[in-house]
Write a protein that binds this ligand. Structure first.
Ligand code: ZN
Ligand code: ZN
Length: 367
C-alpha cells in the first residue's frame, strides 16, 4: 500500500482573498475567512456529502487492522517544544516566541515537516480573541489572593487559539458481574441499664447478573500538553456542529498533533465508561448497600472519530512554575490553574490574628 497516494500537501499560504488576494484568517463565529485588508468575507464551502461523512463513525476493529488504508495523511509544517513536547502546526503568520502550552521560549529551528492522520472533523472557533481576553481578565479578577503580576499579565492578554486533538468513542457494552446485596434490619438488644434498644445491622447476600450500557461520543483528549483535569472540565462541546476537516479553518490558528494514539485513547475511554457501568451494577443489585467483587465487560460495536476542538490557551510562567488558563472556544467556559500570592495570604492572616488578639484583649479589660 503506497502511503503517498493519501498524502495531501497543506499549503496554508495558498488561502488568499477572492477580492484582493491578501492572506486570510478564519473568523470565529462564522464559517468564513476574513480579509483584514478589504473586509471581504470568504465563505468556506462545505458540501453536504462531506458534512455527512464528517459525522460518520469509523469501525474501531477494522481500523486497527488496516490502519494505513483508512487513514489519509496530511503533510504539515510543525513546531515542537523541547520543554513539554507539544507539537503544533506552524503557521508563518502567527509566529510565537513562547510555547502556548508551557510558556517556555521556542526556537524556530525545531520546525519540521511531518505527516499526520487527518482529523475527520473539527468544531470551528466561536469565541473571538477579544472576547477571550475579556473572559481571562474577568476570571483573574474573581481570584482571591492572586499575585498582582498576574493581573498585569492578563492585561497583556497573550492568548493562542489552538485546535486540540480528541478521540471520541461509541460502544455497546455488556457486563457480567458478581457482588453482594446488603439489606438493613433493626435488631433489639438490652443495654447496660437493662433498657431495650434497637440498632441497625446489614445482612449481605451473594448476587450476580448482567447489565447493558450504550455509550455515545465518549471524549478523550489526545493531547498530553494540557492538564487533563481542566480540559475535561471544559465539556460539554457542541458535537452536533462538527464540520468536515478543512485547513482553511486553521488559518490564523494552530492545531496540536495528537500524542495519545487510538488504542491508548480507548483505554482511557474504558475508564470513563467504567464509572457509568459500576453505577448500573449498583442499581441492578439494589438493596440498601452494594458490593461489587468482579466485573467482565465486553465492548461491542466500537466506533470512533478523530476530531479537533477549539481552545484558547494562555500559559504563564510565575516563580518558575507554569500555570495554564483555558477557554472553551465553542462555549466560552473558563478553566485554569492559578498561583497564590503568599504575601497577600500572610498579610491577611496577620490582620485576622491581630483583630482576634484585640477582641480578646478588650474582652479581658471589660470583665
Ligand atoms: Zn481582501
Ligand atoms: Zn512547551
Amino acid at each position: 500500500m503506497d502511503d503517498n497516494n493519501l498524502t495531501e500537501k497543506a499549503d496554508q499560504n495558498e488561502i488568499t482573498c477572492k477580492n484582493c488576494s491578501a492572506k486570510l484568517t478564519f473568523k470565529p463565529g462564522t464559517h468564513s475567512l476574513n480579509c483584514e485588508f478589504c473586509g471581504t468575507l470568504n465563505e468556506i464551502e462545505v458540501d453536504e456529502e462531506k458534512r455527512r461523512e464528517a459525522n460518520e463513525e469509523i469501525d474501531y476493529e477494522k481500523f486497527i487492522r488496516n490502519q494505513v488504508n483508512l487513514a489519509p495523511k496530511l503533510e504539515v509544517s510543525t513546531i515542537r517544544c523541547d520543554s513539554c513536547g507539544a507539537t503544533t502546526t506552524f503557521d508563518p503568520k502567527i509566529v510565537s516566541e513562547q510555547c502556548d502550552f508551557c510558556g517556555s521560549p521556542l526556537a524556530v529551528k525545531t520546525c519540521a515537516t511531518s505527516s499526520v492522520i487527518v482529523p475527520k472533523a473539527l468544531l470551528p472557533f466561536k469565541v473571538e480573541k477579544n472576547a477571550g481576553k475579556e473572559l481571562f481578565e474577568k476570571w483573574l479578577k474573581s481570584l482571591w489572593f492572586a499575585p498582582n503580576a498576574l493581573k498585569k499579565y492578563a492585561r497583556a492578554g497573550r492568548l493562542s487559539g489552538v485546535y486540540i486533538p480528541y478521540w471520541t468513542y461509541d460502544s455497546d457494552t455488556e457486563t457480567n458481574y458478581r457482588g453482594e446485596r446488603g439489606i438493613d434490619y433493626e435488631e433489639s438488644y438490652t443495654d447496660s441499664d437493662g433498657e431495650t434498644q434497637t440498632r441497625t445491622k446489614t445482612r449481605w447476600s451473594s448476587v450476580y447478573g448482567r447489565v447493558q450500557d450504550i455509550f455515545d461520543d465518549i471524549l478523550v483528549v489526545a493531547s498530553k500538553s494540557l492538564p487533563i483535569k481542566y480540559v475535561d472540565a471544559l465539556e460539554p462541546w457542541s458535537l452536533n456542529q462538527l464540520v468536515p476537516f478543512d485547513v482553511k479553518f486553521l488559518s490564523g490558528f494552530k492545531a496540536e498533533r495528537y500524542q495519545v494514539d487510538l488504542k491508548d485513547g480507548f483505554d482511557t475511554a474504558k475508564v470513563k465508561m467504567d464509572v457509568t457501568i459500576r453505577n448500573s451494577i449498583r442499581r441492578d443489585i439494589g438493596g440498601d448497600h452494594q458490593r461489587i467483587s468482579s466485573t467482565d465487560t465486553s465492548y461491542n460495536d466500537v466506533t470512533f472519530k478523530h476530531i479537533l476542538l477549539p481552545i484558547w490557551i494562555s500559559a504563564y510562567k510565575f516563580n518558575k512554575k507554569t500555570f495554564r488558563f483555558m477557554i472553551n472556544g465553542d462555549t466560552g467556559e473558563v478553566k485554569g490553574e492559578r498561583p497564590w500570592s503568599w504575601v497577600k495570604i500572610t498579610f491577611t492572616i496577620l490582620i485576622v490574628v491581630a483583630i482576634i488578639a484585640a477582641i480578646v484583649y478588650y474582652a479581658n479589660q471589660s470583665s
